[in-house]
Design a protein around this ligand. Sequence first.
Ligand code: NAP
Length: 293
Amino acid sequence: MIKATTPLYAVIGDPIAHSLSPLMQNWFIQHFGLDAVYVAFRVCPTELKNAVQGMRALGIQGMNVTVPHKEAVTAWTDEYSSEVTLLGAANTLKNVDGKISAFVTDPYGFIESLSENSARFNQADVLLFGAGGAARSVCYALSRLSVNRIILHDIDDQKTESLLRLCRTNLGLTKTVALKSIADDMNDIIAATPIVINATAIGMHPQENQSVIENVRTINKGHFFYDLIYNPAKTRFLRMAEKAGAVVQSGLDMLIFQGLQSMRIWTGEELKLNHASMQELRTLLTHFLGNHE
Ligand code: NAP
């Protein structure tokens, strides 16, 4: 039952109508028996500062922050986790007595989503497509997973350079290299690289017939392909890899675990999901995505 003291959590973004966060976070609230309510607010960029001040004024205890505010919001918060300082972006705010702290849970979502596949990353080479916000979080996660080397490719050279610098200078990934173009040698690169990650939006609904790479002949059952996209559940990139025998994973579990990590930050509780609960939540989210295309 909602009481006068029930904590309020929210997500802010623009647009926000298709966000999965209200569905997922209210599922967590119900599943873990928490006293809280979670809602969504559409906040345009010029209102971002007011939204953070409104969080203070209204005593909203936690907020998720999504596109396009993840970077800009850090200008209006009082404290930052070390990850926010490194990555320059936040997706979770916590309000304690008017002091607002910023966190980024995407790296934790990525790591937790790997489950038993995390062992594959130790000292492995990784090919990463994309150098935007999500790729920065993935690189942070890869540093924690002790990978050997990242091969980075983004069509935007400046973003590639910036992420390359972050990896080499701040994340201890000194062997990181940039791949200027994806040309003829892609078969050789993939033959020598066991883990391939897509952190671009290429292949996302409704552009489901696209993939960052096509016609790669060297994929085999030793490969692990990960796509951060969760709509569709299996992108063209993953379907190509799976057909060639690779182990594949979509971004749905990352989405779940980054959201769960926010709830842990707000409540201070451990909050664990067992296999059956994970399956129930995956089904709920997939069903929602299927009905809101
Ligand atoms: P972003 O900031 O726009 O970054 C994507 C980057 O990929 C951009 O720099 C883009 O360049 C580049 N790119 C576009 N086409 C490319 C290509 N063919 N080859 C290489 N690079 C290319 O987006 P983001 O926020 O990082 O998100 C990326 C994807 O991850 C989205 O699909 C998002 O939904 C997903 N994501 C999933 C989760 C999860 O929990 N599963 C969390 C965060 C994000 P341009 O800007 O020049 O196009």
